[in-house]
Design a protein around this ligand. Structure first.
Ligand code: EPZ
Length: 442
């Protein structure tokens, strides 16, 4: 609901099992990739979050039909995407400005139509979020771009041709857009310095299930043998678990002592986070599709550098800053991926944390007990971390702007309640709602 807030009372409790949803940062791209195969593509384990709703709108705007639990088994996490009727290649500003990940349709639209008209995404709270590497990589495949009144006009005079491209930075989005165009380019494409995130591997697997020939996704050199668009066919693909959602709940287990078990996640996606949990004094147990974090001794300070995968994920930086604020000693956290991703520190400071920011380094002096306070989410990961902070803070915490959280966490409050947290969604002034006097019958 619009303008709801999350109210947390610090009971220090978070323990039990939580079912992890499908990965937001994979499912969004799998939906875009469905543009390549005419017919009904089935995507399973799709989280129920607002970003997925926006991507559904983007596809419907192009002429596709998107149905949730459209498949026989009525599972609410199954999306059926039918792009047979897709006839437009334009994505309006109104949708791109709602969700910058809409830019992920650029590659598949060029692959399908040889052209695309996509609104330029703006920046956001965490940074400029440029797309120069997307454009440079696609230009190497034979795409030409014009900027027309805030829109990217993409076209290919002589079709897409394979090329050897090196990315200046292993950009997730640029790797994905290039992948989804290169799969129909004539000849071989090599993407060097490619992003290695598990979501890239998930996308490559689905592209291959549709008929593509992608090799070595997950490594920094991806090889693609282009095949004709006409050979692409629909598939039935299950999205991988969301490693960032899992990491967020496991931070909750480290904060309170847990034990918290995240189920439906491949532990190999969380190697760096698991190493940092252990460095900070937590016990970590893992199995084929779960990770459990618990703690009996005081949290130890830590040094963290966020880096592209397999480095420490920037999307867990705020959550670990919270852990560091509760540790005995001083931690150093450096943000190397986004230029402005420390806004969370200012909100946490309102709860009593002692954090000094120096350029892209933060010094977190831990050990001061946190106090509940009214705070605001600055991005979805910071918002999720503020709710966790409220669980271990003294008193009540009211988290505002929770639409950020709803973009990337399915039923966050319900899952936390299931782990014993005293947390609810409320209308901001529900605590002070005037009592409505019902006039007795005259
Ligand atoms: C994806 O964003 C994720 N979003 C982000 O998750 C995640 O933090 C990020 O990858 C890094 O892992 C989705 O997948 C929808 P990048 P993306 O291209 O693709 C700069 C979350 O919380 N850059 O790897 O935009 C860019 O500005 C979100 O779920 C350029 O300069 O990330 C950034 O500083 C937040 N030019 C850095 O590279 C380009 O052409 C990494 O960006 C592209 C990127």
């Amino acid at each position: 609901m619009a303008h709801e807030i999350i109210v947390v009372h610090g009971n220090g409790k978070l323990a039990g099992d939580v079912r992890i949803s499908g990965a937001k940062n994979s499912a969004l791209k799998l939906m875009a990739a469905a543009i390549l195969a005419q017919g009904e593509v089935v995507i399973r384990n799709v989280p129920r979050i607002s970003d997925i709703d926006v991507m559904s709108e983007v596809l419907e705007c192009l002429g596709a039909r998107v149905v949730r639990n459209g498949s026989a088994d009525r599972d609410e996490h199954v999306l059926t995407v039918d792009t047979a009727e897709v006839g437009s290649f334009e994505t309006p500003y109104e949708l791109v400005s709602k969700m910058r990940a809409s830019i992920s349709v650029l590659g598949p639209l060029i692959a399908r139509f040889g052209r695309a008209r996509v609104a330029m995404p703006g920046g956001c709270q965490i940074g400029a979020r440029k797309i120069d590497m997307h454009l440079k990589g696609l230009e190497a495949l034979g795409v030409t771009f014009e900027i027309d009144h805030g829109y990217l006009e993409a076209s290919t005079e002589n079709g897409l041709r394979g090329a050897s491209v090196a990315l200046d930075f292993p950009s997730v989005g640029a790797t994905e857009n290039m992948l989804m165009a290169a799969v129909v380019a004539e000849g071989e494409t090599i993407i060097a310095n490619a992003a290695r995130e598990p979501e890239i591997v998930d996308l490559a697997n689905m592209l291959n299930e549709m008929g593509a020939h992608v090799r070595d996704a997950g490594s920094s050199i991806i090889r693609i043998e282009g095949v004709p668009l006409s050979t692409f066919h629909p598939c039935d693909h299950t999205t991988i678990g969301d490693r960032i959602e899992a990491g967020t709940f496991l931070v909750g287990g480290a904060l309170t002592g847990g034990p918290v078990t995240a189920r439906g996640i491949n532990p190999s996606y969380l190697r760096m986070a698991i190493a940092k949990f252990r460095e900070m004094g937590c016990a970590v147990d893992e199995g084929a599709d779960f990770v459990t974090v618990s703690r009996t001794e005081p949290l130890r300070p830590v040094e963290i550098q966020t880096l592209p995968h397999p480095g420490f994920p920037t999307d867990l930086q705020a959550q670990f800053m919270l852990l560091a604020a509760c540790a005995d000693g001083t931690s150093v956290i450096t943000e190397n991926v986004f230029e402005n991703r420390f806004m969370f520190a200012a909100e946490l400071a309102r709860m009593g944390a002692d954090i000094v920011i120096e350029d892209h380094h933060s010094l977190v002096r831990g050990g001061r007990p946190l106090q509940g306070a009214p705070v605001s989410s600055t991005d979805l990961r910071a918002g999720a971390a503020l709710v966790l902070a409220g669980i271990v803070a003294e008193g009540e915490t009211r988290v505002h702007k929770i639409d950020h959280i709803d973009r990337g966490y399915e039923d966050y409050v319900g899952k936390l309640q299931g782990l014993g947290a005293d947390v609810t969604r409320e209308l901001p002034y529900s605590g002070h709602r005037a009592t409505v006097r019902v006039k007795a019958d005259a």
